[in-house]
Design a protein around this ligand. Structure first.
Ligand code: UT7
Length: 323
């Protein structure tokens, strides 16, 4: 008997039309294009329109992923949305997306792991497919972080942006061509909560709150924790890091993703970086980066890709897949 694999059948992404430059930000807070580029690699970020919600971004990315897979939503029986910026406290943004896509079957729910959310959602859907509870899944990372930023705090508001990315997973009896999610590795440790959190919520404050981050402390943890997770994952999968074709990191800061690559001796040409264009889009950033590299022809069918992320919680992890 062959094992069931979750194949990445399609990928899609969406960025809101409005682009905010570093120069524009320097008119809002005391910062400069030079500082932002040098410390983060970010040049621009996209900001959702007032009437554009996380679900709308997710729907656009999901439609693109379905088109890419040559499927319609009728063929999807699980929708998992990774978001820390849901449209509403409830219902889940996943059910809102389900309705906007015109589906009324299967199951839809959100997972909340902030910037690691896409990895958590991917691992969840992969396990649903492996155990036979779903035959196909839409995994969406969608965020409107612009709504939870303190636009007077230069240490955070220059870093984030809005966007969405999605993949379609389908059950495949592998390994015929070996394509699919190979292994995922998830970690969390709640004692780091004070380093990156939102200071509001329905139960604690009855407000939405704003993102607060001790950036340099997060930075310090990010490289080691992410690299450790990637090494453990590679060992569990029995695949050496040097066999990886593409490194698709969470797009938080150019210095972090290059730091991780250096630590694991991953050549710079194998690193997919899109942070400069859209900033940190939290759960959307991995599929946004992967989509860009698929579209420009770098990532090809059969390529081995290694994803990673660290976010509020802390949550962190890595995922290995053959595209
Ligand atoms: O996705 C979730 C995970 N999040 C991350 O991975 C983010 C991790 N952290 C980072 O990316 C970096 O720590 C930052 C980009 C947030 C900051 O870079 P840094 O090199 O760690 O700078 P710093 O926080 O140590 O600040 C250095 C200086 C400070 O001034 P003083 O105290 O040295 O006078 C800051 O006040 O830079 C100042 N500064 C700014 N200056 C101009 C902080 N933000 C700005 C700004 N413009 N926007």
């Amino acid at each position: 008997m062959t094992d069931t694999f979750a194949r990445i059948a399609g990928i899609g992404a969406y960025l809101p039309a409005r682009v905010m430059t570093n120069d524009e930000l320097s008119g809002i807070v005391e910062t400069s294009d030079d500082w932002i580029r040098e410390r983060t690699g970010i040049s621009t970020r996209h900001i959702a329109a007032d009437d554009e919600f996380t679900s709308d971004l997710g729907v656009q990315a999901a439609k693109a992923a379905l088109d890419d897979a040559g499927m319609t939503v009728a063929g999807i029986d699980l929708i998992v949305v990774a978001t820390a910026t849901p449209d509403l406290t409830f219902p889940a943004t996943a059910t809102i997306i389900q309705e906007k896509l015109g589906s009324d079957h299967g199951a839809a729910f959100d997972v909340h792991a902030v910037c690691s959310g896409f990895l958590y959602a991917l691992a969840t859907a992969d396990n649903f497919i492996r155990c036979g509870q779903a035959k196909s899944a839409l995994v969406i990372g969608a965020e409107t972080f612009s709504r939870i930023l303190d636009w007077t705090d230069r240490t955070t508001c220059v870093l984030f942006g809005d966007g969405a990315g999605a993949v379609v997973l389908t059950a495949d009896q592998g390994p015929q061509d070996g394509q699919g999610v190979i292994k995922t590795h998830l970690r969390s440790d709640g004692k780091f909560r004070e380093l990156l959190y939102v200071d509001g919520g329905p139960s604690a404050t009855r407000t939405v709150g704003h993102l607060r981050m001790q950036g340099n402390q997060v930075f310090r943890h990010a490289v080691n924790k992410i690299a450790g997770s990637m090494e453990e994952l590679a060992e569990m999968a029995g695949i050496p890091i040097e066999d990886i074709d593409w490194f698709v990191p969470h797009q938080a800061n150019e210095r972090i993703l290059q730091g991780v690559a250096r630590k694991l001796a991953i050549p710079v040409e194998k690193v997919i970086s899109t942070v400069g264009r859209h900033g940190n889009t939290s759960a959307a950033s991995i599929p946004l980066a992967m989509e860009a590299a698929v579209r420009d022809g770098r990532i090809k069918r059969g390529d081995l890709i290694l994803m990673e992320a660290l976010g509020g919680g802390f949550t962190w992890g890595a995922a290995l897949a053959r595209y």
